[in-house]
Design a protein around this ligand. Sequence first.
Ligand code: S3P
Length: 425
Amino acid sequence: MDITVSPVRNIQGRLQVPGDKSISHRAALIGALARGDTLIDNFLRAEDCLHTLSCLRALGVAIEDDGSRVIVHGTGPHWRAPASPLDAGNSGTTMRLLAGILAGQSFEAELTGDASLRSRPMDRIVEPLSQMGARIAALGDGRFPPLRITGGPLRGISYTLPVASAQVKSAVLLAGLFARGETTVVEPNPTRDHTERMLAALGAPVRRDDGRVSIGAAALRGREIRVPGDMSSAAFLLAAAAARPGSELTVEDVGLNPTRTGVLDVLRAFGAVVDVRLSGEHNGEPVGAVTIRGHPLRGVRIGGRLIPRVIDELPVLCVLATIAEGETVISDAAELRVKESDRIAVIARGLRALRGEVKEHADGLTVYGSPLHGGRVASTGDHRIAMAFAVAGLLAQGPVTVGEAECIAVSFPEFVDVLRSVTVA
Ligand code: S3P
């Protein structure tokens, strides 16, 4: 499916975005390990999280959706052997987090996914889970999915993450629930901490101290969870509003966990006016409203410790960089090459297709401020690339058509309607 987006004058409105993808996965997975029901309000009903639910059902966890809430009837820590391979679809979070839990079960299971997921590195979880005593094989050349996991008794380890990855950290911590002794993950560079917060909300004693997280065996209890709006989805709308002087957009009830708000820091550095009002917490996750006003923008540098806090927002920030004066330099972001696509290569190709000026680096990009023209861009089936180039259509000098745009349903099925509702032609 193609979508075509035409230039607009500005962006106006007040809205909420769908539930946070990372937190929805964790509420379902960790709720399933708890005893009693976990009632999840504002669960993200998008393809990635629906894959998590279908894997859990195949593992014997009963889940209902009454239209307003998703209800996970937690079974406690021990699940049932699945009858066939588990399909994580496009979702790296489903595969990596579930692998951590399957490592502690007493059966063998296979985890697979779509062509994109089958090309993403899994050695990063095979290594620590094997150290804990799991038998886990990456059937694609020893590095890639499918994963065959034979669960069994685990031992706690102390593991220093070689790459900044919340999915790897989470896989090890979840396996730690099943291990003898304590499991510690050391993070050289902080990544999103939703697993730690969700585990604590459901009763696990999680210890955190200066870049180290530790956990031991714990009895979890189900509870009510409200999922905040997804900052990574809001980012597309906030970036569009930042780009157009005269715009004013408010996103309410959005997650403000500091490990996820790097995009707000970058939008401010570009020159947008960003106002944040914290209104409270849902289950240990800060929430509130963000208002953004558009302004003429100048190029920025994005690198170092900021990268994990903004990793999923970099595609749309590269698009925004085309209307900023001067150059925008992104570095220390080699992880972008192993996302749903090689995002460094795909962003560079997309910008060039719209006659943008860009240089590709091993670990990032330099994007020059020069107006985009209308044209056609291949999303390569990557949801965040598709939405980033839809935003390019709002800012370019002519309409932009994005191919394979059905992939947007992976994280933000309502995106096109929401975008339409806030644009002023
Ligand atoms: C996620 C972690 C990040 C992020 C992904 C979601 C998570 O991936 O890019 O979209 O929910 O833990 P990495 O752990 O690979 O950095």
